[in-house]
Design a protein around this ligand. Structure first.
Ligand code: MEV
Length: 429
């Protein structure tokens, strides 16, 4: 691309944008064809979702099976590009199912909006004035978004903190108002942002300060969901490894992650392998969930494991995962994206709280899937078998050839596109 400065790109039609792209990058019609070949998300819909649209970007959508959560069966849509993840989640869900299933619970769904105030002449006094006006401010916030109140939600409470009390920064103190909002079944970004923006002028007047930021916090620590599972060791037997060996390996793996950020990041990435695909498939904002989850993993002062694994008195493996879950079942991309609508039909959850609980159960299953593989055969064995199929496809294999080439790659322990190309050539000779 000679220049990324293309004035008026946003005003053009999708076809005109593609034509510009084709000329600038010397792409073929075939190259561009893939951009709008996804019938599931019509290009006209995509063009209304974000800006400067030239196409859509499909991901594989798999189904996580065997999930039994609080006695209810779930088939779980998962949108992800990485092999093994769906298989591993389903494998663990089967084990947990045989142990009675996941148990989950959720807090009330209170999201946080923040208002930052600077330049107050007396911060303590400003704080007290805001607290005194609490009821009036809550009423004003609710008046700014009456439809959420009509749905049974709305602003519930507020508090005020003074930051940089012993100033390290050159700018010094600031006051931060937290508005606590029940967003019902919505993730609530629009509700929260509308409310805090509407309060800003009043807050400025009351504090005699200047408001800068008015925005939701993705550290949704009042909107958390928790999943647990209890697994007898006999259900953990893997190849030559006894159930007790696997169980103890999982607990050691947890303790490793819980005391070493280098390991915790990878451990937690494995948890997000389960969480993000469900968040994406259900049309939710996975960056918000990611950011909240990692912050929650650091809430005790250092970055630690999101899950906890221990052994109970009976010798069972006990797993727990609690995370903020700022997701919704209404609003945002959910009603716009046809596949997310389908995902909700497949999942059959009745509320955002139920969806949040399903998501943490998948995260817990995914973590155990990774740890069980890591403490036994290692992850490459299962992973490579699946990866070899992508390599075979990348090398040009089609139809029945894909599995034949993939198996050969695994057998020869050379899972490379170069090697696969050689095999494709031999096969097609
Ligand atoms: C790979 O995507 C995820 C794992 O690295 C997670 C882990 O190490 O726990 C296998």
């Amino acid at each position: 691309m000679k220049s990324s400065r293309i004035p008026g790109f946003y005003k053009k039609t999708v076809e005109e944008r593609k034509e510009l792209l084709r000329e600038a990058l010397e792409l073929s019609e075939e190259d561009l064809g893939v951009l709008s070949s996804n019938e599931a998300l019509p290009i006209e819909t995509a063009d209304k979702m974000i800006e400067n649209v030239v196409g859509t970007f499909p991901l594989p959508l798999g189904l996580g099976l065997n999930f039994l959560i609080n006695g209810k069966d779930y088939v779980i849509p998962m949108a992800i590009e990485e092999p093994s993840v769906v298989a591993s989640a389903s494998h663990i869900a089967k084990i947990v199912r045989d142990a009675g299933g996941f148990k989950t619970e959720a807090s009330e769904r209170i999201m946080i909006g923040q208002i930052q105030v600077v330049g107050c002449s007396n911060y303590e006094q400003a704080k007290q004035i805001l607290l005194k006006q609490k009821e009036a401010l809550i009423d004003a916030a609710n008046a700014a978004y009456p439809s959420i109140v009509a749905r049974g939600g709305g602003a519930r409470d507020l508090d005020v903190r003074i930051l940089n009390d012993s100033p390290k920064s050159s700018y010094g103190k600031m006051l931060v108002l937290h508005l606590y909002i029940d967003t019902c079944d919505a993730m609530g970004a629009n509700i929260i942002n509308t409310m805090v923006e509407s309060l800003a002028p009043t807050v400025e007047e009351l504090t005699d300060g200047k408001v800068y930021l008015r925005i939701l916090s993705n550290f949704a620590d009042r909107c958390v969901a928790k999943a647990t599972c209890v697994i007898p060791p006999e259900l953990l037997v893997t190849g030559d490894f006894s159930g007790e060996e696997v169980r103890d390996g999982v607990v050691y793996a947890f303790e490793f992650a819980d005391s070493d950020p280098y390991r915790a990041v990878t451990h937690n990435k494995g948890i997000m392998n389960g969480i993000d695909p469900v968040v994406i498939a259900t049309g939710n904002d996975w960056r918000a969930v990611e950011a909240g989850a990692h912050a929650y993993a650091s809430r005790f002062g250092s970055y630690r494991s999101m899950t906890k694994w221990s052994v109970d008195k009976e010798g069972n493996l006990v797993g727990e995962l609690e995370l903020p879950m700022s997701i919704g079942t209404v609003g945002g991309a959910i009603r716009v994206h046809p596949i997310s609508q389908l995902a909700h039909k497949i999942l059959q959850v009745d509320s955002a709280s139920e969806l949040a609980q399903v998501i943490v159960a998948v995260g817990l299953a995914q973590n155990l899937g990774a740890l069980k593989a890591l403490v036994t055969d290692g992850i490459q064995k299962g992973h490579m078998a699946l990866h070899s199929r992508s390599v075979a496809i990348a090398a040009g294999a089609t139809g029945e050839m894909i599995d034949i080439i993939a198996e050969q790659l695994v057998k020869e322990k050379e899972i490379r596109v170069g090697k696969a190309k050689e095999l494709v050539e031999q096969y097609t000779k």
